[in-house]
Design a protein around this ligand. Structure first.
Ligand SMILES: [Zn+2]
Length: 61
């Protein structure tokens, strides 16, 4: 049984132990740049119980 070598998320080469999940510092950098450029536009979650009472109504038998 061989340990599966995962592919670098940037270029697809085998990941390097010390740069996981990338193959090199370079790819890690690429990923970081992606984040800085526009990565932090995280899709807002659907309004999750934004207004309304906090679930107090049903009585547990
Ligand atoms: Zn890579």
């Amino acid at each position: 049984m061989t340990a599966p070598v995962r592919a670098c998320t940037i270029c697809g080469k085998p990941q390097a132990q010390r740069f996981k999940p990338f193959c090199s510092a370079r790819c890690a950098d690429v990923d970081l740049n992606r984040w800085l450029k526009g990565g932090y536009v995280i899709a807002g979650r659907a309004d999750e119980a934004e207004d309304g009472p906090s679930g107090e109504g049903e009585d547990k038998g």
